[in-house]
Each structure stands twice: as structure tokens, then as C-alpha cells.
Design a protein around this ligand. Structure first.
Ligand SMILES: Cc1ncc(COP(=O)(O)O)c(C=O)c1O
Length: 410
């Protein structure tokens, strides 16, 4: 008689051998790993890129869900088109016009967060060995999404005004077949910097001259605390740009809802790639986002979080002045969720993290944001949106203590 244990031990697949070669290039994100640790209640975490959970518009979501399930359940719970829910696309098109973004329904694709957009871009554009240009440092999730497709990362340094155009010019001259330039013009993750207006124009010129296109990743543009909005790169040269944004930072990352604006031929390929991945972005989630957007609730909510994050940034900057020892410098972001700290060269941020953990505070070591993994050792990224102001002060005090210990000052 055969029972459930009949095959036990008879055939054992060697999973290591079964895995595709490309999986060797897949790595766990250090942030996801860190998050496990930072979930401990006594740890003050500046590590993740998480919005303030107590500010999520829970009531709006509840009402939206109730209304949709009462009035429109049959379509909201059905499969949807890969392109996305048309009324939501129309809303986005309209909202983007405020920033002169040249979107129309046919060149917008809803995605499962911007992270999926990055992966689809990798799938559609990156052949093994292709050169792609990013800042150094750059968004860790883009490195993770693209690594698997086997590109060669060519990196360009940034300063307080974002990616350096003199260095980009050199990179494009020495890597003439580079496929695209990946930029985060507003409140860069991890550096917190904003690409100046002059550099936006220069970027467009340089990329066009060298036949590279631009990927503009803009999750934080709505979260400006001060200064004037700067024109998106996509608005300067729409034929040469793929623009990404998301509801993760303006509504809630749990929605997993983002979008791409690109020339129609690119959207057509991305749609095919997305069909193979997940058929369509959650219909129910798109209906809910549309309900919240179309009732004007998102505008009030964004204003609320902008004010809260501005205060938290200010508290963090103030506390750093107070508690960080001389020799440590940092960026002063005009918006977004992050700032970037540079310590004296001899400090290794990965080692510092161990000391910080003893002090019950966490951050992300800078080297995680370098595609080739060799720089940024004395740097770290701090997030200021997730902790309440009094916790930020206390966390920075603890971090200052850890840095002093590492520098031999305490
Ligand atoms: C620059 C950048 N791009 C993309 C993403 C991914 O966002 P989403 O939650 O929409 O997948 C993030 C998230 O932190 C980000 O900082």
C-alpha cells in the first residue's frame, strides 16, 4: 500500500543545481534583512524607507472599500486590463499635467509598485553585459532589480545638486554604448539631494547627444517641504524618458501601486512583460486608489504628511547638530524621506551598525547603495519619516553615542 511517505528519500532534487544561472546574481536586500531586526520594539529604526504608519488614511480606505464593494464589487473583484483601470489613468494624467508631464491615457501603465516598474524595465531593456549608468550611491532596489539581468553598472558621483554632469559627460564619452541613465531627481534615495534645474537640462542634452535614454524615478516628488517644484526630466524630453512614480509614499506602500509614463512603443513592450508577470495590477486596489484620489482626499493627506515629515526632518537635523561629533557631515533634503551622512574615512558604517544595535538604533550602511559595492563605507542613510519626533531625537542621541564610541571619543 502506498502512503504519503512513499516517495520520501527516493528522489531528492538537488535544488542548488536546479536553479537557473541568473539566480547567482540575486541577493537579498540588506534593508529587508535589517527590517527583521528593526521590528524589535525597543529599537529606534532609521533604516527602512517607511512612511509614518500612524498617518495612514485608514478611514478613507475603509470608506472607499465599503463603497466599492457595495456599488461596484463585480468589476472591482474581477481581472482587469494589464494597462490599468482607465479612470485611475485619467486621474493620473490630469494630476501629472500640473508638473507639465506630457502623459495621456495611452502612455501610462499601472504597476505593482515602482519596484515592479524597475523589474519590467530590466526585463525589457537589459541584455547581459549592457552598460547602464546610475548615480553612486543609488537606489538599492534598482540595483537588486537589474542585477539579475547581468548589466555592467557605470556609476557617476553626485554632490549637493545631484548627479554631476561633468562626470556624466565623461562616463558617456568612455561608455558610448551605455543604454540608459537612471536618475532620481527629487530627494534622492539614499542621498536626499535634488537635481538642480540647470543639470536637468544638461542631462537631457547629454543623454540625447550620446543616444542613451533616461529613466526618471520619482517616488518623492510630491513630498517637497520647501522651495519650488522643478520641472521633471520627462517634461523636458518625453520621447527620450521613461518616468516612474508610485502611491507608496503619498498613500500607503501596502497598496503596491505605481505607474510608468513612457512612449507608446515602450509601454506596449512593458505591457507584454507585465502580462507574463502578473496579468494586471490589483483591480480592487486601483479602484480604492481612484476613489480616494477622485474625492480629493489624497491632496489633503499629502499636505498632512508633508507637514509631518518636514517637522521630523527638522528635528533630525537639529539633533544631529547637537549630538554628532565634529567631522561628521550630512545632506539637508528639501523633501522626501532620507538624508545621507558622511563620517570620517576611518569609520566603517557596517561595523558601526553593530555598535549602534547595542545602543538600540539602526540605519542602513552606505555601501549597500553602491552597485559595485566598494564605496560608501564611511556613509549611512537615515530615514526620518517613520519615527515620531521625540524618538528621532533619542535615536540620534544614541547614534551620536555609537559614532563617538567608534571614533574613540566616548
Ligand atoms: C527611488 C525608489 N524607487 C522605487 C521604489 C519602490 O517603490 P514602490 O513601493 O512603489 O515599489 C522606492 C521605494 O522606496 C524608491 O525609493
Amino acid at each position: 500500500m502506498r502512503d504519503r511517505s512513499h516517495f520520501d528519500g527516493q528522489y531528492t532534487t538537488s535544488w542548488d543545481k536546479a536553479l537557473a544561472k541568473r539566480t547567482e546574481r540575486m541577493e537579498s536586500s540588506i534593508i529587508r534583512e535589517l527590517l527583521k531586526f528593526t521590528m524589535q520594539p525597543e529599537v529606534i529604526s532609521f533604516a527602512g524607507g517607511m512612511p509614518a504608519p500612524e498617518l495612514f488614511p485608514v478611514r478613507d480606505f475603509r470608506e472607499a472599500c465599503e463603497w466599492i464593494l457595495t456599488h461596484d464589487a463585480e468589476s472591482a473583484l474581477q481581472y482587469g486590463t494589464t494597462e490599468g483601470y482607465p479612470p485611475l489613468k485619467d486621474y493620473l494624467v490630469e494630476a501629472m499635467h500640473k508638473y507639465d508631464l506630457p502623459a495621456e491615457r495611452g502612455n501610462v501603465l499601472l504597476t505593482n509598485g515602482s519596484q515592479q516598474a524597475l523589474d519590467l524595465i530590466g526585463k525589457v531593456f537589459i541584455d547581459e553585459g549592457n552598460e547602464i549608468i546610475t548615480c553612486r550611491p543609488t537606489y538599492l532596489g534598482a540595483i537588486q532589480a537589474w542585477n539579475v539581468y547581468g548589466p555592467k553598472f557605470v556609476t557617476v558621483p553626485l554632490d549637493d545638486d545631484g548627479m554631476r554632469m561633468d562626470e556624466l559627460e565623461k562616463a558617456l564619452a568612455t561608455h558610448p554604448s551605455a543604454k540608459f541613465v537612471y536618475v532620481l531627481p527629487n530627494f534622492h534615495n539614499p542621498a536626499g539631494t535634488t537635481l538642480s534645474l540647470e543639470r536637468r537640462y544638461r542631462l537631457v542634452e547629454l543623454a540625447a547627444k550620446h543616444g542613451a535614454f533616461i529613466i526618471e524615478d520619482d517616488p518623492y516628488g510630491e513630498l517637497r517641504f520647501e522651495g519650488e517644484d522643478l520641472i521633471p526630466i520627462c517634461a523636458l524630453h518625453k520621447e527620450n524618458t521613461v518616468y516612474l512614480s508610485t502611491f507608496s509614499k503619498t498613500l500607503a506602500p501596502g497598496l503596491r501601486l505605481g505607474w510608468i509614463v513612457a512612449p507608446k512603443t515602450v509601454i506596449a513592450k512593458l505591457i507584454q512583460a507585465k502580462q507574463g508577470a502578473d496579468l494586471n495590477t490589483s483591480t480592487l486596489v486601483q479602484y480604492m486608489a481612484y476613489d480616494i484620489c477622485s474625492r480629493g482626499l489624497i491632496k489633503a493627506h499629502v499636505k498632512k504628511i508633508r507637514d509631518a515629515y518636514r517637522e521630523r526632518r527638522n528635528v533630525m537635523l537639529q539633533a544631529m547638530e547637537e549630538y554628532f561629533p565634529p567631522g561628521v557631515t550630512w545632506t539637508r533634503p528639501q523633501g522626501g524621506l532620507f538624508l545621507w551622512v558622511r563620517m570620517p574615512e576611518q569609520i566603517d558604517a557596517e561595523k558601526l551598525l553593530k555598535v549602534a544595535v547595542e545602543e538600540k538604533v539602526a540605519f542602513v550602511p552606505g555601501s549597500a547603495f553602491y552597485p559595485n559595492g566598494t564605496d560608501g563605507k564611511c556613509c549611512m542613510r537615515l530615514n526620518f519619516s517613520n519615527a515620531q519626533p521625540d524618538m528621532i531625537r533619542e535615536g540620534i542621541r544614541r547614534l551620536g553615542q555609537a559614532i563617538k564610541r567608534e571614533m574613540g571619543l566616548a
